[in-house]
Design a protein around this ligand. Structure first.
Ligand code: ADP
Length: 404
């Protein structure tokens, strides 16, 4: 990468940022949190790995962004890349124009917690830095290659045609990065059939054929699919009417329970954090042990289901905080997939250094790799690509554009 790109991920009360340049180890990054409160602050890592902690009492998004950019301005970022969770039916990263901003706004009903926060950040950076090209990179875009039989729900057609009710999928930048990087390590760059398991607080799986997403576990929202930290993943949709009829719960209470009180936290009644659960289960906590077992079984089941989208399986990539760091979860998950011929090497799996990439199978059957994700790096790369494309088009003589 020849330029440096500032990557911004705006949440409702926090902003993650990273200045991405050529060398990953030179990255400057941080988090502005508690925005809008007396406790607002920026914590991060600055040049040379030095730690940064800065109090910005009562700062909102705009003030925080201004502070972040002031501190980074001498690095001369050439563009800003915004992570946007939902791009609706947009299929690739886009230069932010009034029309694209309107498309992000239109997708708000599909991501009511995320898109409004992204729009606040976009609005602030557009006002503060009107001269910098800015690009939106969507979590959903990578999955726009899914065939209709993978993205349609078996619901009345008008819900799709008039209200965009379909499966979109998320974590696209991670699945795209990991499958590209992993297939390159395997010597078959963007070729063949691969499964990815992104396992963090939010988790999802993806099937990728020749570099394109053909199916994924998340759907209309990030609630569908595998068991997550606090999200239930797949449940019988009749749970809504059951809880409404029998417990008198309203839709908001049910939604909150499924998104914030379920998953590993709900099953264990202890924690949403996998490390805590592994420790508790080692000390004999049966609920924690069951939560881990359900997590791994349902994950394996999701991977097996997604394999239907692939003509053949070349291998499996693990990523995300759990996928990158827990040999135990990787082993347990693969143990539920013996019929796929996976042949995990206990030694390679256990001895892989945390946070590093590496192959962890015996060399027979489909390959198994751990590939640390790099969503910021991927967003920066896509941002740079869009900016280069736009400036190349701007430089083309009119006649050439007419032919192209
Ligand atoms: P996010 O989705 O918020 O980015 P991460 O990708 O950082 O989350 O993943 C967080 C999860 O990774 C937590 O459940 C945490 O316990 C788990 N994790 C991190 N290190 C380990 C480890 N060594 N063993 C098991 N789980 C781990």
């Amino acid at each position: 990468m020849s330029t440096s790109v500032l990557v911004i991920n705006c949440g409702s009360s926090s902003i993650k940022y990273a200045l991405v340049s050529e060398r990953r180890e030179d990255r400057i990054f941080g988090l502005a949190e508690n925005l809008g409160s007396a406790d607002a602050r920026i914590k991060g890592v600055t040049t040379g790995g030095a730690e940064l902690e800065l109090s910005i009492p009562h700062a909102g998004h705009e003030k925080a962004l201004e502070t972040i950019l002031e501190r980074l301005s001498h690095h001369n970022p050439q563009a800003i890349g915004h992570r946007v969770v939902h791009g609706g039916t947009l299929t690739k990263a886009e230069l932010l124009t009034p029309e694209i901003i309107e498309r992000i706004r239109e997708a708000t009903p599909l991501a009511p917690l995320h898109n409004p926060a992204h729009l606040v950040g976009i609005d602030a950076t557009m006002r503060l830095f009107p001269e910098l090209p800015q690009v939106a990179v969507f979590d959903t875009a990578f999955h726009q290659t899914m065939p209709s039989h993978a993205y349609r729900y078996a619901l009345p057609k008008f819900l799709y045609t008039q209200h965009n009710v379909r499966r979109y999928g998320f974590h696209g930048t991670s699945h795209a990065y990991v499958s590209e990087r992993g297939s390159m390590l395997a010597g078959s760059f963007k070729q063949g059939g691969w499964l990815t398991a992104h396992l963090g607080n939010g988790s999802s799986t993806c099937a990728i054929w020749n570099g394109q997403s053909v199916d994924t576990s998340m759907g209309l929202t990030p609630l569908e699919g595998v068991v997550m930290g606090t999200r239930s993943g797949d449940v019988d949709p009749s749970i809504h009417s059951f809880l409404a009829s029998n417990l008198g719960w309203d839709i908001y209470k049910i939604d909150k329970m499924l998104n914030s009180q379920s998953g590993l936290l709900g099953l264990s009644d202890l924690s949403n954090d996998m490390r805590t659960l592994i420790e508790a289960s080692e000390q004999g906590n049966e609920d924690a042990a069951l939560a881990i077992e359900v997590f791994c079984y349902r994950l394996a089941k999701s991977l097996a289901g997604l394999s239907c989208g692939l003509p053949r399986i070349d291998g499996l990539f693990f990523t995300g905080g759990i996928g990158e760091n827990s040999a135990y979860i990787r082993e347990k998950t693969v143990s539920y997939l013996p019929h796929f011929g996976f042949n995990l090497s206990k030694d390679l799996n256990n001895n892989l250094k945390r946070g590093t990439e590496g192959r962890i199978d015996h060399g027979t059957g489909p390959q198994i790799w751990v590939v640390p994700t790099d969503e910021e790096g991927r967003i920066a790369k896509e941002t740079e690509h869009v900016v280069n494309e736009v400036s190349a088009t701007a430089k083309k003589p009119d006649a050439e554009i007419a032919i192209a």
